[in-house]
Ligand binder design. Structure first.
Ligand code: NAD
Length: 253
């Protein structure tokens, strides 16, 4: 349902991490169209962040490096300070490393630590920091909401590398654990995309061919496909602990 704060609907505020590019930018634009005030975030692209603030109806922007704990604290504080509330957190920012699964030696402990820090520890820490504001959202009659962007690689033995797949599997399990510990005030769900057409995957010709030939939907997802699934989860006030596989049905074949 489209919110219209100008017509008396309660304001709803969403923070989307990593939202100046790819899937995150599509989520930010979709939720903005649905009437949400959007806190945009990126590690580097401050210029794009400010351009998107000008483009969207109600938006603010925070630059923060999620590998730095103090930046995570500042991100949540600035998001809440900008709008006086935070109702929805979308943990979209994430990193990947392409390493053949048979090349165990290249999956060094540095790679494991980097992926774990951004894909697992940072989302958990952001939920911790936002918990009180997300609980407050329930006072306006709707639960607070977290959506984690994981990956089909966290569900099936696939993906860019073993450390990446394991980090997304951890994010999926964290989603279920948090849904149990934070309900009924806060719902926690995840979207697990298969291949999505973003600049990151533009050169992944083998994977693109797989989706074109084997997936029942015969194509990779667009960032908008994923954004619509996120909007559905954000709007479904009874849905919690779900991992929504968005792979065009590839897992069925
Ligand atoms: P992307 O590279 O455009 O987006 C990743 C975002 O994370 C960027 O905005 C980047 O700035 C941010 N980020 C990375 N490290 C950060 C850090 N240290 N501090 C702050 N921000 C940081 O790629 P995308 O494809 O849009 O990916 C978005 C999410 O979707 C990721 O979690 C990714 O794992 C997941 N995903 C993508 C695909 C795909 O095919 N593209 C498939 C499955 C899952």
């Amino acid at each position: 349902m489209k919110l219209n704060p100008a017509m008396g609907d309660a304001l709803r505020v969403v923070l989307v991490t990593g939202s100046t590019s790819g899937i995150g930018a599509a989520i930010a634009r979709t939720l903005s169209r649905e009437g949400y005030a959007v806190v945009l975030h990126s590690r580097n692209s401050a210029h794009t962040g400010r351009a998107m603030v000008a483009e969207l109806k109600r938006a603010s922007y925070v630059q923060a490096d999620l590998s730095i704990e103090a930046d995570r604290v500042r991100l949540i504080n600035e998001a809440i300070a900008a709008w006086g509330q935070l109702d929805v957190l979308v943990n979209n920012a994430g990193i990947s490393r392409v390493i053949p699964h048979s090349d165990l030696a290249s999956a060094s402990s540095t790679v494991w630590h980097e992926l774990n820090e951004i894909n697992v520890v940072a989302p958990f820490h952001l939920v911790t920091l936002a918990e009180s504001a997300l609980r407050d959202a329930a006072r306006s009659g709707r639960p607070g909401c977290v959506v984690n962007i994981s990956s089909h690689a966290g569900v099936r033995p696939k993906g860019a590398s073993i450390p990446y797949a394991v980090s997304k599997a951890a994010l999926n399990h964290m989603t279920r654990l948090l849904a149990v510990s934070l309900g009924p005030e806060i719902r926690v769900n995840a979207v697990a995309p298969g291949l999505v057409d973003t600049p990151l995957t533009a050169e992944w010709t083998e994977a693109q061919a797989l989706w074109r030939t084997r997936a029942p939907m015969r194509r990779a997802a667009s960032p908008d496909d994923i954004a619509k699934a996120v909007a559905m989860l954000v709007e479904s006030d009874y849905l919690t602990g779900e991992i929504l596989l968005m792979d065009g049905g590839l897992n069925l074949t």
